[in-house]
Structures are given as structure tokens and as C-alpha cells.
Design a protein around this ligand. Structure first.
Ligand code: ATP
Ligand SMILES: Cc1cn([C@H]2C[C@H](O)[C@@H](COP(=O)(O)O)O2)c(=O)[nH]c1=O
Length: 214
């Protein structure tokens, strides 16, 4: 019989909700508790595609809206072989943003349907757990650093939040809503419990495919 696989855990939410803080701390906590765990983030800005995306986000270059959406997706696909290898070898992956960011952000632009936005990410490894860090746009704007990158305006973040609400209606995915206005330690405690539960639940299951009929 094949060995146990790791879980794919994704953190999502609007900008400044605390995803990176929690992703880092969740990996540390899981390791302290004896799990094999590693972190990833999207966009992965170090690859050639990631550098183009980063330059766009930092407002240093202008990329056409459809094109940048497809670049974000390609930036995920280029990591898929490594993700599958790690999951199959028993490592739990904690991922800071995934395809849901792609859909929520691009579909907040004029003339982009959610259906179109999902298509390039169909078939990606399906997350076992999606932790949605829920924070109001006002509270997010009050946190450090807001306003430096292209999507960091309150008006746009309000639209993004609405798109996430629509995405969370998909009951074929395991969304968990987390109150991100709690202290860093309280959020961590809550998501560690959920993560340990899912690691146990999926250890003998195959890796699923996102947004496909299975
Ligand atoms: N629970 C919390 N309470 C108060 N401040 C927090 C909390 N979590 C994170 N912060 C602070 O909020 C800011 C944004 O945190 P972080 O970078 O983790 O968010 P993020 O969701 O990854 O943001 P982005 O998507 O914009 O990169 C940081 O200054 C961080 O220290
Ligand atoms: C994965 C992904 C991200 N985005 C947006 C969301 C954020 O505004 C930035 C990334 O910022 P971070 O500080 O590195 O989290 O990019 C997007 O529009 N599409 C995507 O697929």
C-alpha cells in the first residue's frame, strides 16, 4: 500500500488579512507538532513568469488584463509537478493564495466572468482545506503597508470580497471561514486545529482535481 500523503491547505482572503503571517506560523506549528509541512505562496515571484507578475503588481509594467490572469495561472501550473511530488511524499503544503485569488481579483475587473476566470486553473491539485481569513476592507486598510500594490485600494477590495463570497458558495470545496480580526495567536490556534483534522482525514485519499467533475 502507498504511504500516507500530505494535505493541501490554502489560505485565502483579501489583501492584508494576515495570510502570510498565518501561513508561516502554521508551517512552524505543524512541524513542532511532528508533521512534515512546508510553505508555498502564489504568485511565486522568483520564476520568469513570477517576475513579470511582480513587475505588474508593483505598477512597473502594464500587462493586458486577460494576459496577466493567464500568467498568474501559468505561475501555479509551473509548480504543480513539485507540489504533487511533495504531497505524495507525505509533506503537508500550506499555500498562501491559490486559484481563488486569481478568480476573485480578475473577476472584480470590468467584463470578466467567474466562469472565464476559473477555466485556466481547472485540474490543478484540489485543496483539501481552504481557510478564508475574513477581515473587513476597512480593518484591512488600517493594517501596515496597504496601498503599495496595484489592487490595494478599498473600492477594489470591496469587489474582491464579494467575489470570494460567491466562490465560497461552492460546496464541493472545503471552505472554512476564520475571523481574521482575532489576535495572531488566536487565529493560529483555530487554523492549527482544522489543519491537523484534515491531515488525518485525507492521508489515504488521492489528490483531487480542482473544478472538474470527478
Ligand atoms: N491578527 C492580526 N492582527 C493584527 N495585525 C495583523 C494580524 N495578522 C497580521 N497582521 C499584520 O497585518 C499586516 C498584513 O499581514 P500579512 O502580510 O500577513 O497579510 P496578507 O494577507 O498576507 O497580506 P497581502 O495579501 O497584502 O500580502 C502585517 O503588518 C501584519 O503584521
Ligand atoms: C495568486 C493571485 C494573486 N493575485 C493578486 C492578489 C494580490 O493583490 C497580489 C499578490 O499579493 P501578495 O502580497 O503576494 O499576496 O496579486 C491575483 O490577482 N491573481 C492571482 O492569481
Amino acid at each position: 500500500m502507498a504511504g500516507r500523503r500530505g494535505a493541501l491547505i490554502v489560505l485565502e482572503g483579501a489583501d492584508r488579512a494576515g495570510k502570510s503571517t498565518q501561513a508561516r506560523r502554521l508551517v512552524e506549528r505543524l512541524r513542532q507538532r511532528g508533521h512534515r509541512a512546508d510553505g508555498m505562496r502564489f504568485p511565486e515571484r522568483t520564476t520568469e513568469i513570477g517576475k513579470l507578475i511582480s513587475s505588474y503588481l508593483e505598477k512597473k509594467s502594464n500587462i493586458e488584463d486577460h494576459t496577466v490572469h493567464l500568467l498568474f495561472s501559468a505561475n501555479r501550473w509551473e509548480q504543480v509537478p513539485m507540489m504533487k511530488e511533495m504531497l505524495r511524499s507525505g509533506v503537508t503544503l500550506v499555500v498562501d493564495r491559490y486559484a481563488f485569488s486569481g478568480v476573485a481579483f480578475t473577476s472584480s475587473k470590468e467584463n470578466f466572468s467567474m466562469k472565464w476566470c476559473k477555466q485556466p486553473d481547472e485540474g490543478l491539485p484540489k485543496p483539501d482545506l481552504i481557510l478564508f481569513l475574513n477581515l473587513s476592507p476597512e480593518a484591512a486598510a488600517a493594517r501596515g503597508g496597504f496601498g503599495n500594490e496595484i489592487y490595494e485600494t478599498s473600492d477594489f477590495q470591496v469587489k474582491v470580497q464579494k467575489r470570494y463570497q460567491e466562490l465560497m458558495e461552492d460546496k464541493s470545496l472545503n471552505w472554512k471561514l476564520v475571523d481574521a480580526s482575532q489576535t495572531v495567536d488566536d487565529v493560529l490556534k483555530e487554523i492549527t486545529g482544522m489543519s491537523e483534522g484534515i491531515i488525518e482525514d485525507v492521508k489515504d485519499q488521492p489528490i483531487g482535481k480542482l473544478w472538474t467533475e470527478e
